[in-house]
Design a protein around this ligand. Structure first.
Ligand code: ZN
Length: 276
């Protein structure tokens, strides 16, 4: 398709580079630049939650979602790690290198496939794509030793940035707008009421008694990423106020999100607030 554009004069060619692969096959790599139309104002935004159990979960404003399961990548990582270990023991380092590059190519192929489907999904519904900003997550989030030693779970091997990058240029070509937003609390908040709750493995249970929503955690995360603009908390003035009063007492609550404390109902015992 890009070559056709070049031949028809719709794109201008840049530099040409000759490259020989390890197998001795020669390739001519041509860079080209092309004008793309500006993206229209989208009908809505599709939130994309990236993870290791689900590589990506994309959900429309209506709630309809697409899941890309991470089982295949986990299996690939584990198998490669096992092979690598036995080959390293046998001192077959050249084979280790070859296997590593094969693993890398396979993962990047999977990411390319997913990003292509993601952009097509957005294009079909005239929507833009929203990603959470995961830069620095390897430094800020901790993992248990048990998970770290499992090649399928180890977050250092998680190629979330590659998926975002391959989505970026594909979305520019398809005139699909794409943006990023801070990742904080997107998977810990209820997507129906905004209250911070707890996730239990793959499901999220809302602790707000008037909401009681229970849904897939990654789906909820993608809804928050796509539909959320700003941080929200349950509006219940009495309870957070009681927490603030308690803040002045020796056993008071400092530094904790208000809506986390306000839900138990037991924080209201402060005598000064009883009349309020
Ligand atoms: Zn809720």
């Amino acid at each position: 398709m890009l070559l056709d554009d070049l031949l028809e004069g719709k794109a201008t060619k840049g530099t040409l580079k000759l490259w020989c692969s390890q197998k001795g096959i020669w390739y001519a790599l041509i860079s080209l630049s092309k004008e793309v139309p500006d993206s229209d104002e989208p009908q809505g935004w599709i939130g994309v939650d990236r993870g290791q159990n689900n590589i990506a979960v994309a959900s429309l404003p209506s709630g309809m979602a697409k899941f890309w399961n991470g089982r295949q990548i986990k299996h690939l990582r584990r198998r490669a790690a096992k092979l690598r270990k036995s080959l390293q023991k046998a001192k077959k380092l050249k084979t280790v290198k070859r296997l590593e590059s094969k693993e890398r190519r396979l993962i990047s192929y999977i990411n390319h496939c997913i990003s292509k489907q993601l952009v097509a999904f957005a294009k079909d519904f005239d929507c833009g794509l929203v990603f959470e900003d995961l830069s620095g997550i390897r430094q800020t989030s901790k993992q248990r030793k048990k998970n770290k030693s499992d090649a399928g779970e180890n977050r250092d091997f998680w190629s979330f940035y590659q998926l975002e990058n391959s989505c970026r240029y594909k979305s520019i070509l398809a005139s699909v707008p794409m943006k990023k937003r801070p990742a904080a609390y997107t998977s810990k908040s209820c997507c129906k009421c905004g209250v911070i709750g707890k996730r239990n493995k793959h499901s999220f249970v809302c602790v707000n008694p008037s909401c009681n929503s229970c849904h897939n955690a990654d789906w909820g995360g993608s809804q928050n990423i796509g539909q959320w603009d700003g941080f929200s908390c349950a509006v219940d003035f009495q309870k957070p106020l009681a927490v603030m009063v308690k803040g002045n007492q020796p056993n008071g609550v400092y530094d904790s999100p208000l809506n986390q404390v306000s839900l138990s109902g037991q924080e209201l015992e402060s005598p000064t607030m009883a009349s309020a």
